[in-house]
Design a protein around this ligand. Structure first.
Ligand code: NOJ
Length: 558
Protein backbone atom coordinates (compact mmCIF):
# COMPACT_ATOMS: atom_id res chain seq x y z
CA UNK A 1 0.00 0.00 0.00
CA UNK A 2 1.37 3.37 -0.99
CA UNK A 3 2.23 5.47 2.03
CA UNK A 4 -0.12 8.30 1.30
CA UNK A 5 -3.07 5.97 0.75
CA UNK A 6 -3.97 6.36 4.40
CA UNK A 7 -7.69 6.30 3.56
CA UNK A 8 -7.58 2.74 2.19
CA UNK A 9 -8.35 1.02 5.47
CA UNK A 10 -10.42 3.86 6.89
CA UNK A 11 -14.13 3.73 7.66
CA UNK A 12 -16.29 6.78 6.98
CA UNK A 13 -19.31 7.87 8.99
CA UNK A 14 -21.73 10.13 7.15
CA UNK A 15 -23.55 12.79 9.15
CA UNK A 16 -26.62 14.52 7.78
CA UNK A 17 -26.22 17.60 10.01
CA UNK A 18 -29.83 18.70 9.79
CA UNK A 19 -30.95 15.41 11.37
CA UNK A 20 -28.10 14.35 13.65
CA UNK A 21 -28.35 16.30 16.91
CA UNK A 22 -29.96 19.63 17.74
CA UNK A 23 -28.24 21.52 20.56
CA UNK A 24 -30.15 24.83 20.60
CA UNK A 25 -33.76 23.67 20.53
CA UNK A 26 -34.83 24.86 17.08
CA UNK A 27 -35.66 21.43 15.68
CA UNK A 28 -32.65 21.48 13.33
CA UNK A 29 -29.41 19.63 13.98
CA UNK A 30 -26.23 21.70 14.33
CA UNK A 31 -22.46 21.65 14.73
CA UNK A 32 -22.51 21.84 18.52
CA UNK A 33 -24.83 18.85 18.45
CA UNK A 34 -22.24 16.93 16.42
CA UNK A 35 -19.47 17.95 18.83
CA UNK A 36 -21.54 16.54 21.73
CA UNK A 37 -21.75 13.21 19.95
CA UNK A 38 -18.12 12.68 19.02
CA UNK A 39 -17.59 10.21 21.88
CA UNK A 40 -20.29 8.06 20.32
CA UNK A 41 -18.49 8.08 16.96
CA UNK A 42 -15.19 7.34 18.60
CA UNK A 43 -16.74 4.39 20.39
CA UNK A 44 -18.01 3.06 17.07
CA UNK A 45 -14.43 3.34 15.83
CA UNK A 46 -14.79 5.29 12.58
CA UNK A 47 -11.88 7.24 11.10
CA UNK A 48 -13.47 9.90 8.92
CA UNK A 49 -16.60 12.00 9.30
CA UNK A 50 -18.29 13.25 6.13
CA UNK A 51 -20.71 16.13 6.63
CA UNK A 52 -23.46 16.88 4.14
CA UNK A 53 -23.40 20.57 3.14
CA UNK A 54 -23.29 23.01 6.05
CA UNK A 55 -22.95 26.22 4.03
CA UNK A 56 -25.49 29.06 3.82
CA UNK A 57 -28.34 27.85 1.64
CA UNK A 58 -32.02 28.58 1.03
CA UNK A 59 -32.47 24.82 1.63
CA UNK A 60 -34.49 24.17 -1.50
CA UNK A 61 -32.53 20.92 -1.75
CA UNK A 62 -31.43 20.71 1.88
CA UNK A 63 -28.11 22.44 1.45
CA UNK A 64 -27.22 21.21 -2.04
CA UNK A 65 -28.20 24.72 -3.15
CA UNK A 66 -25.31 26.77 -1.75
CA UNK A 67 -25.46 30.56 -1.62
CA UNK A 68 -22.00 31.08 -0.08
CA UNK A 69 -19.18 28.55 -0.32
CA UNK A 70 -17.05 30.11 2.40
CA UNK A 71 -19.35 30.44 5.39
CA UNK A 72 -21.48 28.35 7.74
CA UNK A 73 -25.26 28.22 7.62
CA UNK A 74 -26.40 30.04 10.80
CA UNK A 75 -28.92 27.22 11.45
CA UNK A 76 -25.90 24.96 11.97
CA UNK A 77 -23.76 27.42 13.93
CA UNK A 78 -20.80 29.72 13.34
CA UNK A 79 -17.33 29.49 11.85
CA UNK A 80 -16.06 29.27 15.45
CA UNK A 81 -18.25 26.17 15.97
CA UNK A 82 -16.80 24.73 12.78
CA UNK A 83 -13.24 25.33 13.95
CA UNK A 84 -14.09 23.74 17.28
CA UNK A 85 -15.44 20.70 15.46
CA UNK A 86 -12.28 20.34 13.36
CA UNK A 87 -10.10 20.59 16.46
CA UNK A 88 -12.25 18.14 18.40
CA UNK A 89 -12.21 15.59 15.57
CA UNK A 90 -8.46 15.88 15.10
CA UNK A 91 -7.90 15.54 18.84
CA UNK A 92 -9.65 12.17 18.58
CA UNK A 93 -7.61 11.12 15.57
CA UNK A 94 -10.54 11.52 13.21
CA UNK A 95 -10.63 13.37 9.90
CA UNK A 96 -13.23 15.63 8.37
CA UNK A 97 -14.57 15.43 4.83
CA UNK A 98 -16.75 18.27 3.56
CA UNK A 99 -19.33 18.14 0.80
CA UNK A 100 -18.18 19.98 -2.31
CA UNK A 101 -21.14 20.97 -4.47
CA UNK A 102 -19.74 22.61 -7.58
CA UNK A 103 -21.83 21.31 -10.44
CA UNK A 104 -24.29 24.04 -9.46
CA UNK A 105 -24.85 26.82 -6.93
CA UNK A 106 -28.02 28.25 -5.44
CA UNK A 107 -29.79 30.90 -7.50
CA UNK A 108 -29.17 33.04 -4.42
CA UNK A 109 -25.40 32.81 -4.78
CA UNK A 110 -23.84 36.19 -5.52
CA UNK A 111 -22.40 34.85 -8.79
CA UNK A 112 -25.85 33.97 -10.07
CA UNK A 113 -27.48 37.13 -8.80
CA UNK A 114 -24.92 39.04 -10.82
CA UNK A 115 -25.07 36.72 -13.82
CA UNK A 116 -28.79 37.16 -14.33
CA UNK A 117 -28.51 40.98 -14.36
CA UNK A 118 -27.27 41.32 -17.93
CA UNK A 119 -25.61 39.45 -20.76
CA UNK A 120 -22.46 41.48 -20.22
CA UNK A 121 -22.14 41.00 -16.47
CA UNK A 122 -18.74 39.66 -15.47
CA UNK A 123 -20.38 36.57 -13.92
CA UNK A 124 -22.70 35.86 -16.86
CA UNK A 125 -20.42 33.17 -18.20
CA UNK A 126 -20.21 31.45 -14.82
CA UNK A 127 -23.46 29.71 -15.79
CA UNK A 128 -24.89 28.03 -18.89
CA UNK A 129 -27.16 30.45 -20.77
CA UNK A 130 -28.78 29.82 -24.14
CA UNK A 131 -31.45 31.56 -26.24
CA UNK A 132 -34.72 29.66 -26.68
CA UNK A 133 -35.50 27.59 -29.78
CA UNK A 134 -38.78 28.59 -31.44
CA UNK A 135 -40.17 29.80 -28.14
CA UNK A 136 -39.10 26.63 -26.30
CA UNK A 137 -36.20 25.53 -24.13
CA UNK A 138 -32.82 25.20 -25.92
CA UNK A 139 -33.01 21.39 -25.84
CA UNK A 140 -35.25 18.58 -24.56
CA UNK A 141 -33.34 17.74 -21.37
CA UNK A 142 -35.28 16.92 -18.23
CA UNK A 143 -34.17 17.85 -14.73
CA UNK A 144 -33.38 15.13 -12.17
CA UNK A 145 -36.11 16.69 -10.05
CA UNK A 146 -38.90 16.61 -12.71
CA UNK A 147 -39.71 19.20 -15.37
CA UNK A 148 -37.39 20.77 -17.93
CA UNK A 149 -33.69 21.31 -17.16
CA UNK A 150 -33.99 24.87 -18.47
CA UNK A 151 -35.56 27.94 -16.94
CA UNK A 152 -36.48 31.02 -18.90
CA UNK A 153 -35.21 34.24 -17.36
CA UNK A 154 -37.21 37.22 -18.49
CA UNK A 155 -34.70 39.91 -17.62
CA UNK A 156 -32.26 38.88 -20.37
CA UNK A 157 -34.60 36.77 -22.49
CA UNK A 158 -32.47 33.61 -22.24
CA UNK A 159 -32.70 30.22 -20.55
CA UNK A 160 -30.27 28.88 -17.97
CA UNK A 161 -29.44 25.22 -17.39
CA UNK A 162 -30.34 23.49 -14.12
CA UNK A 163 -29.89 19.73 -14.06
CA UNK A 164 -31.50 19.76 -10.62
CA UNK A 165 -34.07 22.30 -9.27
CA UNK A 166 -34.54 25.68 -11.01
CA UNK A 167 -33.00 27.17 -7.86
CA UNK A 168 -29.80 25.19 -8.60
CA UNK A 169 -28.30 26.72 -11.78
CA UNK A 170 -25.41 24.71 -13.29
CA UNK A 171 -21.97 26.28 -13.27
CA UNK A 172 -20.18 26.61 -16.59
CA UNK A 173 -17.00 24.57 -16.17
CA UNK A 174 -15.85 25.58 -19.65
CA UNK A 175 -15.04 28.95 -18.09
CA UNK A 176 -11.56 28.86 -16.48
CA UNK A 177 -12.61 31.59 -14.03
CA UNK A 178 -15.25 29.23 -12.60
CA UNK A 179 -12.73 26.46 -12.22
CA UNK A 180 -10.14 28.62 -10.49
CA UNK A 181 -12.76 30.13 -8.17
CA UNK A 182 -13.60 26.56 -7.12
CA UNK A 183 -9.95 25.58 -6.62
CA UNK A 184 -9.30 28.71 -4.53
CA UNK A 185 -12.30 27.89 -2.37
CA UNK A 186 -11.11 24.30 -1.88
CA UNK A 187 -7.64 25.47 -0.84
CA UNK A 188 -9.24 27.90 1.59
CA UNK A 189 -11.06 25.01 3.33
CA UNK A 190 -7.91 22.91 3.27
CA UNK A 191 -6.14 25.71 5.10
CA UNK A 192 -8.89 25.53 7.72
CA UNK A 193 -7.94 21.93 8.39
CA UNK A 194 -10.45 20.06 6.23
CA UNK A 195 -9.06 16.63 5.32
CA UNK A 196 -10.93 15.98 2.11
CA UNK A 197 -13.98 16.41 -0.06
CA UNK A 198 -16.94 14.35 -1.13
CA UNK A 199 -17.71 15.80 -4.53
CA UNK A 200 -21.36 16.05 -5.43
CA UNK A 201 -22.24 14.70 -8.93
CA UNK A 202 -18.71 15.56 -9.97
CA UNK A 203 -18.87 13.56 -13.20
CA UNK A 204 -21.66 15.82 -14.52
CA UNK A 205 -19.54 18.99 -14.70
CA UNK A 206 -18.46 18.68 -18.34
CA UNK A 207 -21.54 19.00 -20.53
CA UNK A 208 -21.71 17.33 -23.96
CA UNK A 209 -20.52 19.52 -26.84
CA UNK A 210 -23.33 21.51 -28.42
CA UNK A 211 -25.82 20.41 -25.71
CA UNK A 212 -27.74 18.12 -28.10
CA UNK A 213 -31.24 16.75 -27.48
CA UNK A 214 -31.16 13.42 -25.67
CA UNK A 215 -33.05 10.18 -26.28
CA UNK A 216 -36.57 10.13 -24.87
CA UNK A 217 -38.13 6.88 -23.65
CA UNK A 218 -41.81 6.05 -24.09
CA UNK A 219 -44.06 8.06 -21.75
CA UNK A 220 -41.19 10.34 -20.73
CA UNK A 221 -41.86 14.06 -20.97
CA UNK A 222 -38.21 14.97 -21.48
CA UNK A 223 -35.07 13.65 -23.07
CA UNK A 224 -32.18 12.13 -21.16
CA UNK A 225 -29.43 14.73 -20.84
CA UNK A 226 -26.66 12.07 -20.88
CA UNK A 227 -24.41 14.52 -19.06
CA UNK A 228 -22.37 11.98 -17.13
CA UNK A 229 -18.68 11.54 -18.01
CA UNK A 230 -18.58 14.44 -20.47
CA UNK A 231 -15.76 15.24 -22.90
CA UNK A 232 -13.56 17.37 -20.59
CA UNK A 233 -14.29 15.84 -17.20
CA UNK A 234 -10.90 14.13 -16.80
CA UNK A 235 -9.07 17.25 -17.91
CA UNK A 236 -10.97 19.28 -15.28
CA UNK A 237 -10.30 16.79 -12.50
CA UNK A 238 -6.62 16.57 -13.36
CA UNK A 239 -6.44 20.33 -13.28
CA UNK A 240 -8.20 20.33 -9.91
CA UNK A 241 -5.72 17.75 -8.69
CA UNK A 242 -2.78 19.89 -9.78
CA UNK A 243 -4.24 22.98 -8.12
CA UNK A 244 -5.64 21.43 -4.94
CA UNK A 245 -5.31 17.74 -4.09
CA UNK A 246 -1.68 17.46 -5.08
CA UNK A 247 -0.83 20.11 -2.51
CA UNK A 248 -2.47 18.50 0.52
CA UNK A 249 -2.70 15.10 2.12
CA UNK A 250 -6.42 14.77 1.48
CA UNK A 251 -8.98 12.16 0.63
CA UNK A 252 -11.40 12.69 -2.22
CA UNK A 253 -14.49 10.75 -3.16
CA UNK A 254 -16.42 11.51 -6.29
CA UNK A 255 -20.14 11.00 -6.32
CA UNK A 256 -20.43 9.55 -9.81
CA UNK A 257 -23.79 8.43 -11.14
CA UNK A 258 -23.79 6.39 -14.37
CA UNK A 259 -20.26 5.05 -14.21
CA UNK A 260 -19.02 1.61 -15.12
CA UNK A 261 -15.92 0.01 -13.58
CA UNK A 262 -14.08 1.12 -16.70
CA UNK A 263 -15.05 4.76 -16.06
CA UNK A 264 -14.08 4.33 -12.41
CA UNK A 265 -10.58 3.27 -13.44
CA UNK A 266 -10.30 6.72 -15.01
CA UNK A 267 -11.61 8.72 -12.05
CA UNK A 268 -10.21 6.74 -9.14
CA UNK A 269 -7.09 5.17 -10.52
CA UNK A 270 -4.49 4.30 -7.92
CA UNK A 271 -2.01 6.36 -9.92
CA UNK A 272 -3.41 9.41 -8.09
CA UNK A 273 -4.13 11.74 -10.98
CA UNK A 274 -7.76 12.54 -10.17
CA UNK A 275 -9.82 11.24 -7.24
CA UNK A 276 -9.13 8.63 -4.60
CA UNK A 277 -12.39 6.76 -4.98
CA UNK A 278 -15.76 6.75 -6.66
CA UNK A 279 -19.14 6.54 -4.98
CA UNK A 280 -21.12 4.80 -7.69
CA UNK A 281 -24.74 3.71 -7.90
CA UNK A 282 -25.05 0.51 -9.90
CA UNK A 283 -26.14 -1.62 -6.95
CA UNK A 284 -28.57 1.11 -5.87
CA UNK A 285 -30.24 0.99 -9.28
CA UNK A 286 -31.01 -2.72 -9.26
CA UNK A 287 -34.56 -2.20 -8.05
CA UNK A 288 -35.25 0.69 -10.46
CA UNK A 289 -36.52 0.98 -14.02
CA UNK A 290 -39.10 -1.76 -13.89
CA UNK A 291 -40.97 0.86 -15.89
CA UNK A 292 -38.45 3.28 -17.44
CA UNK A 293 -40.94 6.15 -17.26
CA UNK A 294 -41.09 5.67 -13.47
CA UNK A 295 -37.33 5.37 -12.93
CA UNK A 296 -36.54 4.67 -9.29
CA UNK A 297 -40.19 4.47 -8.25
CA UNK A 298 -41.01 0.79 -7.90
CA UNK A 299 -41.60 -1.98 -5.35
CA UNK A 300 -39.23 -4.41 -6.99
CA UNK A 301 -37.23 -6.64 -4.64
CA UNK A 302 -33.67 -7.29 -5.68
CA UNK A 303 -32.79 -10.97 -6.15
CA UNK A 304 -29.54 -12.03 -4.55
CA UNK A 305 -28.05 -13.06 -7.90
CA UNK A 306 -28.38 -9.51 -9.25
CA UNK A 307 -26.82 -8.03 -6.13
CA UNK A 308 -23.99 -10.56 -6.10
CA UNK A 309 -23.23 -10.13 -9.81
CA UNK A 310 -22.99 -6.41 -9.36
CA UNK A 311 -20.94 -6.30 -6.16
CA UNK A 312 -18.62 -9.01 -7.48
CA UNK A 313 -18.11 -7.20 -10.76
CA UNK A 314 -16.93 -4.09 -8.91
CA UNK A 315 -14.70 -6.16 -6.62
CA UNK A 316 -12.90 -7.93 -9.42
CA UNK A 317 -12.77 -5.16 -12.00
CA UNK A 318 -11.19 -2.54 -9.74
CA UNK A 319 -8.81 -4.92 -7.98
CA UNK A 320 -5.28 -3.53 -8.16
CA UNK A 321 -6.16 -0.53 -10.36
CA UNK A 322 -8.78 1.70 -8.75
CA UNK A 323 -10.77 2.18 -5.56
CA UNK A 324 -14.48 1.98 -4.75
CA UNK A 325 -16.68 3.13 -1.87
CA UNK A 326 -18.68 0.44 -0.09
CA UNK A 327 -22.09 1.56 1.02
CA UNK A 328 -25.70 0.54 1.51
CA UNK A 329 -27.05 3.86 2.64
CA UNK A 330 -26.72 7.57 2.25
CA UNK A 331 -29.01 10.58 2.49
CA UNK A 332 -30.49 9.85 -0.96
CA UNK A 333 -31.30 6.18 -0.41
CA UNK A 334 -33.94 4.31 1.57
CA UNK A 335 -32.79 2.44 4.67
CA UNK A 336 -30.99 -0.77 3.75
CA UNK A 337 -32.58 -2.99 6.37
CA UNK A 338 -35.98 -2.13 4.86
CA UNK A 339 -34.71 -2.50 1.30
CA UNK A 340 -32.43 -5.54 1.09
CA UNK A 341 -33.01 -6.86 4.61
CA UNK A 342 -36.18 -7.52 6.60
CA UNK A 343 -37.74 -5.04 9.04
CA UNK A 344 -40.92 -7.05 9.58
CA UNK A 345 -39.94 -8.56 12.94
CA UNK A 346 -37.44 -7.36 15.53
CA UNK A 347 -35.47 -10.59 15.26
CA UNK A 348 -35.19 -10.36 11.47
CA UNK A 349 -34.38 -6.64 11.58
CA UNK A 350 -31.39 -7.18 13.81
CA UNK A 351 -30.15 -10.33 12.07
CA UNK A 352 -30.56 -8.98 8.55
CA UNK A 353 -28.93 -5.62 9.40
CA UNK A 354 -25.87 -7.50 10.68
CA UNK A 355 -25.92 -9.87 7.71
CA UNK A 356 -25.90 -6.99 5.20
CA UNK A 357 -23.15 -5.24 7.14
CA UNK A 358 -21.03 -8.40 7.01
CA UNK A 359 -21.59 -8.88 3.28
CA UNK A 360 -20.34 -5.36 2.54
CA UNK A 361 -17.71 -4.72 5.20
CA UNK A 362 -15.60 -7.73 4.30
CA UNK A 363 -15.15 -6.44 0.73
CA UNK A 364 -12.42 -4.28 -0.73
CA UNK A 365 -13.09 -0.54 -0.72
CA UNK A 366 -13.77 2.18 1.81
CA UNK A 367 -16.94 1.54 3.85
CA UNK A 368 -19.40 4.36 4.50
CA UNK A 369 -21.86 4.13 7.38
CA UNK A 370 -24.78 6.54 7.20
CA UNK A 371 -26.04 7.86 10.54
CA UNK A 372 -28.46 5.42 12.16
CA UNK A 373 -27.42 2.51 9.94
CA UNK A 374 -25.40 1.24 12.91
CA UNK A 375 -28.70 1.10 14.84
CA UNK A 376 -30.60 -0.64 12.06
CA UNK A 377 -32.88 2.37 11.54
CA UNK A 378 -35.72 1.58 9.13
CA UNK A 379 -37.73 3.39 6.46
CA UNK A 380 -40.23 5.80 8.03
CA UNK A 381 -43.04 5.18 5.52
CA UNK A 382 -45.03 8.38 5.89
CA UNK A 383 -48.72 8.04 5.00
CA UNK A 384 -49.46 11.54 3.74
CA UNK A 385 -47.71 13.50 1.01
CA UNK A 386 -47.61 16.56 3.31
CA UNK A 387 -45.29 14.67 5.63
CA UNK A 388 -42.59 14.50 2.96
CA UNK A 389 -40.07 17.32 2.77
CA UNK A 390 -37.84 16.14 -0.08
CA UNK A 391 -38.47 18.01 -3.33
CA UNK A 392 -37.56 15.01 -5.47
CA UNK A 393 -40.35 12.97 -3.84
CA UNK A 394 -42.96 15.72 -3.89
CA UNK A 395 -42.20 16.76 -7.48
CA UNK A 396 -42.23 13.17 -8.69
CA UNK A 397 -45.62 12.62 -7.08
CA UNK A 398 -47.10 15.65 -8.83
CA UNK A 399 -45.55 14.85 -12.17
CA UNK A 400 -46.38 11.13 -12.28
CA UNK A 401 -49.78 11.24 -10.57
CA UNK A 402 -51.32 14.65 -11.27
CA UNK A 403 -49.69 15.62 -14.55
CA UNK A 404 -49.00 12.40 -16.46
CA UNK A 405 -51.50 10.07 -14.77
CA UNK A 406 -48.98 7.23 -15.04
CA UNK A 407 -49.73 5.93 -11.54
CA UNK A 408 -52.53 6.41 -9.06
CA UNK A 409 -51.93 8.32 -5.83
CA UNK A 410 -52.08 5.29 -3.53
CA UNK A 411 -49.50 3.39 -5.59
CA UNK A 412 -47.22 6.40 -5.67
CA UNK A 413 -47.46 6.73 -1.89
CA UNK A 414 -46.28 3.12 -1.62
CA UNK A 415 -43.35 3.94 -3.93
CA UNK A 416 -42.44 6.91 -1.73
CA UNK A 417 -42.63 4.74 1.36
CA UNK A 418 -40.03 2.41 -0.11
CA UNK A 419 -37.82 4.84 -2.03
CA UNK A 420 -38.18 8.43 -0.86
CA UNK A 421 -34.97 10.10 0.23
CA UNK A 422 -36.76 11.20 3.40
CA UNK A 423 -36.53 7.62 4.66
CA UNK A 424 -32.87 8.35 5.32
CA UNK A 425 -33.37 11.87 6.62
CA UNK A 426 -35.61 11.41 9.66
CA UNK A 427 -33.85 12.49 12.86
CA UNK A 428 -31.25 10.29 14.47
CA UNK A 429 -32.81 8.15 17.20
CA UNK A 430 -30.74 8.74 20.34
CA UNK A 431 -33.09 7.58 23.09
CA UNK A 432 -36.74 6.90 23.94
CA UNK A 433 -37.37 10.45 25.22
CA UNK A 434 -39.28 13.23 23.44
CA UNK A 435 -38.32 13.54 19.75
CA UNK A 436 -35.98 10.57 20.21
CA UNK A 437 -33.50 12.78 22.06
CA UNK A 438 -32.77 14.60 18.81
CA UNK A 439 -34.23 17.94 19.88
CA UNK A 440 -36.35 19.58 22.55
CA UNK A 441 -38.36 21.18 19.71
CA UNK A 442 -40.57 19.57 17.08
CA UNK A 443 -38.02 18.38 14.48
CA UNK A 444 -37.95 19.77 10.92
CA UNK A 445 -38.87 16.26 9.70
CA UNK A 446 -40.89 13.81 11.78
CA UNK A 447 -39.08 11.20 13.85
CA UNK A 448 -39.66 7.57 12.92
CA UNK A 449 -42.32 6.32 15.41
CA UNK A 450 -40.23 3.21 16.15
CA UNK A 451 -37.69 5.25 18.15
CA UNK A 452 -38.79 3.89 21.57
CA UNK A 453 -37.40 0.48 20.44
CA UNK A 454 -34.70 1.53 17.99
CA UNK A 455 -32.32 4.07 19.51
CA UNK A 456 -28.67 4.54 20.40
CA UNK A 457 -29.13 4.36 24.16
CA UNK A 458 -30.80 0.95 23.88
CA UNK A 459 -28.11 -0.22 21.43
CA UNK A 460 -25.27 0.85 23.70
CA UNK A 461 -26.83 -1.05 26.60
CA UNK A 462 -27.04 -4.32 24.64
CA UNK A 463 -23.80 -6.18 23.90
CA UNK A 464 -25.62 -8.02 21.09
CA UNK A 465 -26.73 -4.86 19.32
CA UNK A 466 -26.17 -3.89 15.73
CA UNK A 467 -23.99 -1.03 17.00
CA UNK A 468 -21.48 -3.36 18.63
CA UNK A 469 -21.55 -5.61 15.58
CA UNK A 470 -20.50 -2.66 13.39
CA UNK A 471 -17.85 -1.80 15.97
CA UNK A 472 -16.42 -5.31 15.59
CA UNK A 473 -16.52 -5.17 11.79
CA UNK A 474 -14.60 -1.89 11.86
CA UNK A 475 -12.05 -3.37 14.24
CA UNK A 476 -11.57 -6.36 11.94
CA UNK A 477 -10.80 -4.01 9.03
CA UNK A 478 -8.32 -2.11 11.14
CA UNK A 479 -6.52 -5.25 12.30
CA UNK A 480 -6.64 -7.59 9.27
CA UNK A 481 -4.89 -6.19 6.18
CA UNK A 482 -6.49 -8.90 4.04
CA UNK A 483 -9.80 -7.00 4.23
CA UNK A 484 -8.17 -3.97 2.62
CA UNK A 485 -5.82 -5.66 0.19
CA UNK A 486 -6.74 -9.31 -0.33
CA UNK A 487 -7.95 -10.84 -3.57
CA UNK A 488 -11.66 -11.48 -3.87
CA UNK A 489 -13.21 -14.69 -5.20
CA UNK A 490 -16.64 -16.27 -5.12
CA UNK A 491 -16.89 -19.67 -3.47
CA UNK A 492 -17.16 -22.37 -6.14
CA UNK A 493 -20.77 -23.17 -6.79
CA UNK A 494 -22.03 -19.92 -5.34
CA UNK A 495 -22.31 -18.10 -8.68
CA UNK A 496 -26.06 -18.47 -9.19
CA UNK A 497 -27.20 -19.16 -5.62
CA UNK A 498 -30.35 -17.16 -4.81
CA UNK A 499 -30.10 -17.73 -1.05
CA UNK A 500 -26.49 -17.61 0.06
CA UNK A 501 -23.68 -15.24 -0.89
CA UNK A 502 -20.24 -16.64 -0.11
CA UNK A 503 -16.82 -15.30 -1.01
CA UNK A 504 -13.20 -15.46 0.06
CA UNK A 505 -10.50 -12.86 0.58
CA UNK A 506 -6.87 -13.87 0.31
CA UNK A 507 -3.65 -11.86 0.57
CA UNK A 508 -1.24 -14.78 0.54
CA UNK A 509 -0.97 -14.76 4.36
CA UNK A 510 -4.55 -14.77 5.49
CA UNK A 511 -7.59 -16.32 3.87
CA UNK A 512 -11.11 -15.35 4.92
CA UNK A 513 -14.39 -17.05 4.12
CA UNK A 514 -17.51 -14.86 4.26
CA UNK A 515 -20.90 -16.62 4.23
CA UNK A 516 -24.23 -14.79 4.35
CA UNK A 517 -27.76 -16.17 4.20
CA UNK A 518 -29.87 -13.56 2.36
CA UNK A 519 -33.17 -15.25 3.26
CA UNK A 520 -35.50 -15.70 6.23
CA UNK A 521 -35.25 -19.49 5.81
CA UNK A 522 -32.85 -22.07 7.19
CA UNK A 523 -30.62 -23.44 4.42
CA UNK A 524 -27.63 -25.77 4.23
CA UNK A 525 -24.37 -25.34 2.32
CA UNK A 526 -21.48 -27.79 2.45
CA UNK A 527 -18.81 -25.06 2.61
CA UNK A 528 -20.53 -23.10 5.41
CA UNK A 529 -18.82 -24.83 8.36
CA UNK A 530 -15.18 -25.43 7.45
CA UNK A 531 -13.36 -27.81 9.80
CA UNK A 532 -10.75 -26.30 12.06
CA UNK A 533 -11.36 -22.74 10.87
CA UNK A 534 -11.54 -19.85 13.31
CA UNK A 535 -14.89 -18.06 13.44
CA UNK A 536 -14.06 -14.34 13.56
CA UNK A 537 -17.55 -12.89 13.70
CA UNK A 538 -21.12 -14.09 13.40
CA UNK A 539 -24.60 -12.75 14.08
CA UNK A 540 -25.62 -15.89 16.03
CA UNK A 541 -24.18 -16.97 19.36
CA UNK A 542 -23.26 -20.47 18.24
CA UNK A 543 -22.11 -22.10 15.02
CA UNK A 544 -24.17 -24.84 13.42
CA UNK A 545 -21.68 -25.59 10.68
CA UNK A 546 -23.32 -26.28 7.34
CA UNK A 547 -26.71 -25.12 8.57
CA UNK A 548 -27.37 -21.43 8.06
CA UNK A 549 -30.24 -19.96 10.05
CA UNK A 550 -32.33 -16.98 8.82
CA UNK A 551 -30.02 -14.14 7.78
CA UNK A 552 -27.04 -15.87 9.35
CA UNK A 553 -23.66 -14.30 8.58
CA UNK A 554 -20.24 -15.77 9.42
CA UNK A 555 -16.66 -14.86 8.73
CA UNK A 556 -13.95 -17.50 9.16
CA UNK A 557 -10.21 -17.32 9.05
CA UNK A 558 -9.31 -20.47 7.10
C1 NOJ B 1 -26.54 14.45 -5.11
C2 NOJ B 1 -26.84 14.68 -3.66
O1 NOJ B 1 -26.44 13.57 -2.92
C3 NOJ B 1 -28.33 14.95 -3.57
O2 NOJ B 1 -28.78 14.95 -2.25
C4 NOJ B 1 -28.59 16.25 -4.27
O3 NOJ B 1 -29.99 16.47 -4.31
C5 NOJ B 1 -28.06 16.24 -5.69
N1 NOJ B 1 -26.75 15.67 -5.80
C6 NOJ B 1 -27.99 17.65 -6.23
O4 NOJ B 1 -26.95 18.35 -5.59
Amino acid sequence: MKNNHWWKNAVVYQIYPKSFQDSNGDGIGDLQGIIHRLDYLQKLGVDIVWLNPIYPSPQVDNGYDISDYQAINPDFGTMADFEELVTALHARGMKLVMDLVVNHTSDQHEWFKQARQSKTNKYRDYYVWRPGKNGHAPNNWGSYFSGSAWKYDQQTDEYYLHLFAPEQPDLNWENPAVRHSVYDMMNWWAAKGVDGFRMDVINLISKPNGLPDGPRSANALYGDSSVANGPRVHEFLQEMHANVMGKHRMVTVGETPDVTPDDARGYANLDDRELNMVFQFEHMGLDANEDPALGKWSLRKVPLSALRDNLSKWQTELMGTAWNSLYWNNHDQPRVVSRFGNDQTEEFRVRSAKMLATMLHMMQGTPYIFEGEELGMTNVRFNRLEEYNDLESVNAYHQLVDEQHLVDGATMMRYLQEHSRDNARTPMQWNDGPNAGFSSHTPWLAVNPNYPQINAEAALADQDSIFYYYQRLIKLRHTLPVITDGDYALVAGNEADEEVFAYTRDDGHTRLLVVTNYTSKEVTRSYAGPQGAELLISNYNDDQGEVLRPYEAKVYRL
